[in-house]
Design a protein around this ligand. Structure first.
Ligand code: BES
Ligand code: MN
Ligand code: ZN
Length: 501
């Protein structure tokens, strides 16, 4: 089901006359008052079914009843909340995803009772349910031309979240709806194959943000060359697709106030270049622009919810290909900062792109802080797996704020070290630095140290290595597709909690 086909709305607690009814209970099978009223005489059936299925209301467990006697609904789904004391803010998002995941493919209508045993969910919690439902519904299926009968979905699906105060729930969901637009746009960009989404096409899609009054500037090869971004251009020189830099600006804050800045690695495909990658899983490298996708999605989210902040997003877009014109190991390039780089491995290309765009963003916008996102190293996946992104920062306050926003949104970051001993590892015999540490050990750290050489010490900066979180073969309660859109909710929260008046 595509996301456009989902019609999400809020309504009062009334027993639905058709479709699927989804309700929540705690460990111990207790329901809230509105749910009890809606179930009426069916409560007895529920108790018997629970016993037969050994359903006790454990967190995220479900009980499913087709054509439940006493209800007009075609199906009743009961979702366990576990012990109420263990219920966290983040859980409602997942519950929304689980609720929609329990709907049979054929279901056209569903009503989800936003109630816990203690009473109606708060408007923010009901809004989180709705967000979870929307994120879960997303599928990237535009290239599927065939479908088996049991995979066929209704053209429209109506999901109503039943709440106490409809107006308050709508109000709470409004900004979240904007954020989900951002997440889904990021997912689309990550999921697109690289024959469709190359730098120019990525830039064209970013231009869509103009509809939301984001100013979008696209720098072409000539402009990039004139700026002296030779580190970025070197990565793209082996591709028939031209490189691009996209600058997005949202001015929702005070005129003249320094912006917050987000920088993204946008390698539309990473073959490794002349230091070519092995064939296994190379197709995943269409997602090597997940950092850039997140920045675009975030700018959309901020603009669509009219965030009271000045924000800039800058993404460096290239394709890393082996070719007669491709960059060679041993080549030396001069970055925009003036520092020279010996390329010892053409597969360590993301840091080369970031070096120039970070430098450019800092010089041009003098931001309050910079956060960069990049699918930068396999080493961060070895260290942290797919649950946490690696965070490197020169600023404790920014790092702490990111950590907190991560816990609030479930997009978790784990701080990793920076230190002069690691910095030494990227010194070069021939140039100011080389683009790898020369050893696989601490590979995510030496990559971060490289980027740090292009950041002024006084500029609060954080680097998020999202190689493990940006795309995903794992399925989660709120994402059944591949691209995750990771980081949009995290950074939207960072802005909302700390940088908006
Ligand atoms: N895009 C890759 C990192 C990556 C790997 C992202 C797997 C997502 C999943 C990056 O450009 C890369 O190739 N890094 C190398 C660096 C090495 C050559 C120093 C790596 O991690 O092996
Ligand atoms: Mn690479
Ligand atoms: Zn890469």
């Amino acid at each position: 089901m595509t996301d456009a086909a989902l019609k999400l709305g809020f309504g009062p607690f009334t027993t639905p006359a058709k479709g699927v009814l989804v309700v929540f209970c705690n460990k111990g099978l207790k329901f809230g008052p509105a749910t009890r009223k809606a179930l009426g005489s069916t409560a007895d059936l529920v108790a018997r079914a629970a016993k037969a299925e050994r359903f006790t209301g454990n967190k995220n467990s479900t009980l499913d009843l087709a054509v439940p006697a006493g209800l007009k609904a075609a199906r009743l789904v009961i979702i366990g909340l576990g012990k109420m004391a263990d219920l966290k803010a983040m859980d409602f998002l997942k519950l929304g995803g689980i609720a929609v995941g329990k709907l049979p493919n054929a279901a056209r209508e569903a009503t989800v009772f936003a109630e816990i045993p203690g009473g109606a969910m708060k408007p923010e919690q009901a809004a989180d349910l709705a967000l979870g439902a929307r994120l879960r519904t997303y599928a990237f299926d535009r290239y599927k031309t065939k479908r088996k009968d049991d995979e066929k979905l209704p053209t429209r699906r109506y999901v109503t979240i039943a709440v106490n105060d409809v107006a308050a729930a709508r109000k709470a969901y409004d900004p979240l709806s904007a954020v989900s637009d951002g997440v889904l746009m990021a997912r689309d960009l990550v999921n697109e194959p690289a024959n469709v989404l190359y730098p120019e096409e990525f830039a064209r899609r970013a231009r869509f943000l103009k509809k939301h009054r984001v100013s979008v500037e696209v720098l072409d090869t000539k402009a990039i060359k004139n700026l002296g971004m030779n580190a970025l251009l070197g990565v793209g020189q082996g591709s028939v697709r031209e490189s691009r830099v996209v600058v997005m600006r949202w001015n929702g804050g005070k005129a003249g106030e320094a912006p917050v800045a987000f920088i993204g690695k946008g390698v539309c495909f990473d073959t490794g270049g002349i230091s070519i990658k092995p064939a296994a899983s190379m197709e995943d490298m269409k997602g090597d622009m997940a950092g850039a996708a997140c920045v675009v999605g975030l700018m959309l989210a901020l603009a669509a919810r009219k965030a009271r902040v000045n924000a800039v997003g800058v993404v460096g877009l290239v394709e890393n290909m082996p070719d007669g014109r491709a960059q060679r190991p041993g080549d030396i390039v001069k970055s925009m900062s003036g520092q020279t780089i010996e390329i010892v491995n053409t597969d360590a290309e993301g840091r080369l792109v970031l070096a120039d765009v970070i430098w450019y963003a800092a010089q041009r916008f003098k931001p309050k802080f910079m956060v960069d996102l990049a699918t930068l190293t396999g080493a961060i996946i070895v260290a942290l797996g797919q649950e946490y992104a690696g965070m490197f920062s020169n600023n404790d306050q920014l790092a702490e704020r990111l950590t907190k926003s991560g816990i609030e949104t479930g997009e978790l970051v784990w701080r990793m070290p920076l230190a002069p001993e690691y910095d030494k590892m990227i010194d070069s015999k021939f140039a100011d630095m080389r683009n790898t540490g020369g050893s696989r050990w601490g590979g995510a750290i030496t990559a971060a140290q490289f980027i740090k050489r292009f950041v002024n010490d006084k500029m609060p900066w954080a680097h998020l290595d999202i190689a493990g979180t940006g795309f995903d073969s794992r399925q989660t309660d709120i994402n059944k597709s591949w691209g995750s859109g990771w980081g949009v909710r995290l950074l939207d929260r960072l802005v909302a909690d700390y940088y908006e008046k």
